[in-house]
Design a protein around this ligand. Structure first.
Ligand SMILES: NC(=O)c1ccc[n+]([C@@H]2O[C@H](COP(=O)([O-])OP(=O)(O)OC[C@H]3O[C@@H](n4cnc5c(N)ncnc54)[C@H](O)[C@@H]3O)[C@@H](O)[C@H]2O)c1
Ligand SMILES: O=CCCC(=O)O
Length: 489
């Protein structure tokens, strides 16, 4: 259990204000909003609650900073990122505690996210100095083509609460590497991790105005004017598909470049020939990482008939052995859901599935007492038409249905508007490749329950998004290609 004095001092060590043009300031209106600990439902602190004018001030600051930052030597931008990587790692314990306090994940997982977030800073410090161009002779030999890549320009980031640090660095690091100034709007539930990151970036020498952070409870009031203003050139959003769709419309008014990391509805396929130990281990990872509050979370378990009983029993045993509690306490493996709305949605989805005939093998209820806790749950016989199969659960619920053959498994897995990630467990190499090719998803976990890696291209197809973050292509989202035609005598 962490010491309450240490918790308070970690919360107090972060500025609770907006960062605009290198200075920390209150919201123009003086408004503040409460940040809550979802495990206790008690207030942690207050932060500035920005409005429209604050958002536009942040945009103006980014616009002023943009030309000099784009002109800065790539090595200098790379060095800023490298120093930030080292500074984040030096503060793993404080950043992890801050994250656990504001969003609930157990400390061990929060440490993992801090490290994951830091890796984006390191990866893009290495990419910053590798932006290339091209030179070619035209087919008729009369011209030369010079191809250069330049920073897109001022970028607007809107980020979610579930990975409050990593979803920030996955955008901020490539933007710095490419030379883009930014306006960042974190989720209202988790402003503290982003403010702590901004403080670190400031300390390691990021020029004033390059990163502007605007915390608000009225996202629409702040973000829409910024997108419609004309000075921003790029929007990168991570969050739900519904909000992504709305922001795409707003971004279209000025034809902004867009990257969209949206919701998922991952299928987790287990074939009769799978190694059951690996499948159960992978299921625990794909389902229980972040208490199931992950876009990559396995949302639908599709298990072949011959192995279904054994897999369901073993998964229920493992999930039933998890310790639920406040993430700051020793040994806790499952923290609270982010808020009452998130927890109530899970209650509704499970209720709907049970009403349609699903059987509760484990859990199936919220936990008593304060905090937004929901017990790890396994359901079998979940009917195809229940809401659990089409909506993101975002919680520790594993719905299992049975299939008979590969064609049915593929049809069921692809019967969704989403296409972020799917998981496949089989020991048959031909099947593994065939199924991976036919799954309609941007990513596939083959005999693994974890695909996230800063060095790999993360992203979805269908209504799960546009573009990729991370990997060698992550920086491309922040670069324009310019071609110069050179006439030769
Ligand atoms: N694909 C990915 O990489 C990825 C990663 C993490 C989370 N997600 C998705 O995010 C969702 C969970 O996060 P969430 O609940 O924070 O999502 P959300 O869409 O409710 O909110 C995301 C962000 O959008 C902001 N927002 C909400 N309404 C807005 C508006 N009208 N204008 C401007 N901004 C607005 C929120 O304040 C928040 O900062 C899930 O659907 C999850 O799958 C996707
Ligand atoms: O919520 C989505 C998960 C994000 C990740 O794994 O990088």
């Amino acid at each position: 259990m962490t010491d309450p004095n240490r918790e308070q001092s970690v919360v107090d060590s972060v500025p609770h204000q907006l960062l605009i043009d290198g200075s920390w300031r209150p919201a123009g209106s003086g408004a503040t909003t409460v940040v809550e600990d979802p495990a206790t439902e008690k207030a942690l602190c207050e932060v500035a609650d920005a409005g429209r004018d604050d958002g536009l001030a942040a945009l103006a600051a980014a616009d002023r900073a943009q030309p000099a930052f784009a002109a800065m030597a790539p090595r200098e931008r790379s060095d800023i990122l490298r120093r930030a990587y080292e500074a984040v790692l030096a503060r793993v314990e404080d950043l992890a505690l801050l994250m656990t306090l504001e969003m609930g994940k157990p400390l061990a997982e929060a440490r993992g996210e801090v490290t994951y977030a830091a890796e984006f800073l390191r990866w893009f410090s290495e990419e910053a100095v590798r932006v290339d161009g091209g030179f070619a002779v035209s087919p008729d030999g009369r011209n030369r083509f010079l191809v250069m890549r330049q920073a897109v320009g001022v970028s607007v980031f809107v980020t979610p609460w579930n990975f409050p640090l990593a979803m920030g660095t996955r955008k901020i690091a490539p933007a710095i590497a490419a030379g883009c100034a930014m306006v960042v709007k974190p989720a209202p539930q988790t402003p503290l991790s982003m403010l702590a990151l901004a403080q670190i970036l400031q300390e390691v020498g990021l020029p004033d105005g390059v990163l502007n952070v605007v915390t608000t409870t009225d996202a629409a009031d702040v973000v829409e004017p910024v997108l419609r203003d004309g000075r921003a050139r790029k929007l990168s959003f991570t969050g739900s598909t519904a909000v992504g769709r709305l922001l795409l419309e707003q971004a279209s008014s000025k034809v902004l470049r867009t990257s969209m990391e949206l919701g998922g509805n991952a299928a987790f396929l287990v074939f009769d020939d799978a190694d059951v130990d690996r499948a159960v281990e992978g299921a625990m990872q794909a389902k229980m990482r972040n208490m199931g509050e992950a876009c990559t979370a396995a949302n639908r378990f599709l298990v072949q008939r011959g192995i279904a009983d054994e897999f369901s029993r073993r998964l229920a045993d493992r999930m039933g052995a998890l310790t639920v509690g406040r993430g700051t306490e020793d040994g806790v493996q499952v923290g609270p859901m982010i808020d009452g709305k998130g927890r109530d949605k899970i209650v509704d989805l499970v209720g709907d599935a049970v009403a349609h005939g699903a059987e509760v093998v484990l859990g199936g209820e919220r936990a008593d007492g304060p905090g937004y806790f929901y017990r790890p749950t396994v359901l079998t016989g979940v009917p195809a038409h229940s809401r659990l199969n089409s909506e993101e659960i975002f919680g520790p619920v594993a719905p299992i249905t049975v299939f008979d053959d590969e064609a049915q498994a593929l049809a069921d897995a692809n019967a969704t508007d989403f296409g972020l990630v799917d998981y496949v467990f089989t020991q048959d190499l031909d099947r593994a490749l065939r199924v991976s090719e036919r799954l309609e998803a941007g990513m596939v976990g083959l005999n693994t329950g974890l695909v996230s890696n800063p060095a790999a291209p993360f992203g979805g197809i269908k209504q799960s998004g546009l573009g990729r973050e991370g990997g060698t292509v992550g920086i491309d989202e922040f670069l324009e290609t310019k071609y110069v035609a050179i006439a030769t005598a």
